[in-house]
Ligand binder design. Structure first.
Ligand code: HEC
Length: 270
């Protein structure tokens, strides 16, 4: 019984227990030793208080840090981007064909992805990576006559928002029959309340408006989330003066930067 009580005491009030045992043992020692003992105890208590303070401050600050990662509109876009329920099949999201772990490209070895209401219709083009599109301009012919910019392989969409409407409605992708069916899915989504808080309580009553806002949220997510523009290659580190090229790499960089047929290889391929 005594042993049980002692165990209980050690488990429940270990600091108090330590404090009391030390206090009692100091009482039998000369004054100098008692002073050292008290100083030690006070130090231990200050240390414990610091640990508690740091823990409380960290947990109080972390939601603020999380909230600042993305604006409310972009955070909404992130939820929509990953939501399977936005497709006719209920089994396909944007992330199904653009997975973050593989550069926001297709997460499998298929040349083209399957889509459609039953997820059994073959696509016609390879799923593109969505990296480094934040500064991509609308399609145009540049000063040197080079076709430049635009979204999709052929550059037919001028902005990320215009682009996002494509897969939501295309029969070989997420295969929603019309905008109204997409808006009904938004209304049933786990993030419907967030959608209304960002775009207004009545937004879901206007199909065209709600559909347009969804595409804007998807655009904002792709513009704001660092994972779409991570700049994590060795070459990026060199540009930031955080790494240096080896001798063969320096020779290669020189070759890439040479003008060929009026174009900079560096600009065309990096
Ligand atoms: C079934 C697979 C699939 C799904 C689902 C899908 N995409 Fe795509 N995505 C593709 C393919 C294929 C292309 C290229 C199509 C083309 O060029 O006609 C593409 C192209 C893009 C591009 C253009 C990239 C560039 O470099 O120009 C963006 C941006 C994009 N998708 C975003 C999205 C978003 C946002 C969603 C969700 C609303 C989505 N995709 C859903 C397969 C998919």
């Amino acid at each position: 019984m005594q042993a049980e009580q002692r165990n209980l005491q050690i488990r429940i009030i270990p600091v108090y227990n330590l404090f009391m045992s030390q206090k009692n043992s100091f009482a039998n020692h000369p004054m100098a030793i008692r002073c050292i003992g008290w100083a030690w105890l006070q130090g231990a208590l200050v240390w414990a208080l610091c640990v508690v303070a740091v823990t409380v401050l960290t947990s109080a600050c972390s939601p603020v840090i999380t909230a600042q990662r993305l604006s409310p509109e972009a955070a909404l876009g992130e939820k929509a981007f990953n939501d399977l329920s936005l497709s006719a099949s209920g089994r396909q999201s944007c992330a199904s064909c653009h997975a973050a772990v593989v550069g926001h490209a297709a997460p499998n070895a298929l040349a083209v992805q399957l889509g459609g209401a039953n997820l059994n219709v073959q696509g016609v083009r390879a799923s593109q990576s969505l990296r480094y599109l934040a500064t991509n301009p609308a399609f145009h012919i540049d000063a040197e006559g080079t076709p430049t910019g635009g979204f999709f392989w052929d550059g037919r969409a001028d902005t990320l928002a215009i682009q996002a409407a494509g897969p939501l409605l295309r029969d070989i992708e997420m295969a929603n029959t019309d905008k109204a069916s997409v808006v009904r899915k938004i209304a049933n989504a786990a993030w419907a309340a967030d959608f209304k808080s960002v775009y207004g309580d009545n937004v879901l009553n206007d199909v065209d408006l709600a559909f347009a806002k969804l595409t804007l949220a998807l655009q904002r997510y792709q513009l704001e989330d660092d994972s779409f523009q991570s700049f994590s290659s060795k070459y990026d580190a060199v540009l930031r003066n955080e790494a240096t090229l080896s001798a063969p790499e320096t020779r290669g960089a020189g070759i890439v930067q040479q003008r060929r047929q009026g174009q900079l290889c560096l600009l065309s391929h990096l």
